[in-house]
Design a protein around this ligand. Structure first.
Ligand SMILES: Nc1ncnc2c1ncn2[C@@H]1O[C@H](COP(=O)(O)OP(=O)(O)OP(=O)(O)O)[C@@H](O)[C@H]1O
Ligand SMILES: [Mg+2]
Length: 218
């Protein structure tokens, strides 16, 4: 079973967007995906309600119950778990990270968001976890901006993921409908970026579903 924690102390960084798209990508590739929504705002749970509980399944969890919920999910057949966490909450972030094989830190490439990565980086170090910053919602072509942002997060001891999810309106449209970009624009750039990120995450954790990559990056 693969467990990915999505963590960022900054509000609106793209945690829930990343969580639902990784889980949806996994489901499309034959995994039994589950999102554990550890955020009291319950955004991922709301998204699941809007999509009338079409997979991926979303369950909520108070932070101290995350480990128990993972055990139950594994017994029930889940193979790919994504934990979505709230902003400004060290306890939830810690519990999610403790359980995870891989920690992803979504971050917009802006000064305030980048500064907030420092706090999350300290937690990552404390828990000795494999973690990457994933740049979210930046301008699609802003290579220089992202290169500079990547260098900055490296000074906090965390590398930037080589794949990023650009600012694309379809992400906002999809969320508002309780859907994913895979369902709305399956051949669009947003879907391709989300799929690539998923494949890359699979490589990081040694998950072999990456074999299907050809079908989606054509
Ligand atoms: N790549 C993107 N392109 C366009 N809009 C995006 C992108 N990623 C996220 N958004 C939008 O940004 C807003 C915040 O995203 P999201 O809810 O995923 O952040 P969050 O980190 O989960 O927020 P919170 O800290 O409140 O839980 C949402 O309206 C979402 O649709
Ligand atoms: Mg959220």
């Amino acid at each position: 079973m693969t467990i990915i924690a999505i963590v960022s102390q900054k509000g609106g960084a793209g945690k829930t967007t990343l969580a639902v798209h990784l889980a949806a990508a996994a489901e499309r590739r034959g995994e039994v995906a589950l999102i554990i929504d550890a955020d009291p705002q319950a955004t991922a749970s709301q998204w699941a309600a809007w999509r009338e509980d079409q997979p991926p399944e979303v369950i909520d969890s108070a932070p101290p119950r995350i480990a128990a919920k993972i055990r139950q999910a594994e017994e029930a057949g889940a193979t790919f778990i994504v934990i979505d966490t709230p902003p400004h909450a060290d306890a939830a972030a810690s519990k999610a990270m403790e359980a995870a094989d891989l920690v992803l830190i979504p971050c917009r490439p802006s000064a305030f968001d980048l500064a907030a990565v420092k706090t999350t980086a300290k937690l990552v170090k404390l828990l000795a976890k494999r973690a990457w910053v994933v740049f979210m919602a930046g301008a699609p072509q802003a290579e220089r901006l992202h290169a500079d942002a990547g260098k900055l997060v490296e000074t906090y001891g965390i590398a930037a993921c080589p794949h990023r999810i650009a600012d694309r309106a379809v992400f906002r449209h999809a969320s508002a409908l309780g859907r994913t970009v895979f369902e709305i624009e399956p051949d669009g750039k947003a879907a391709r970026e989300a799929e690539r990120l998923y494949m890359w995450a699979c490589e990081q954790v040694g998950l072999t579903t990456c074999d299907y990559v050809e079908e989606v990056t054509r």
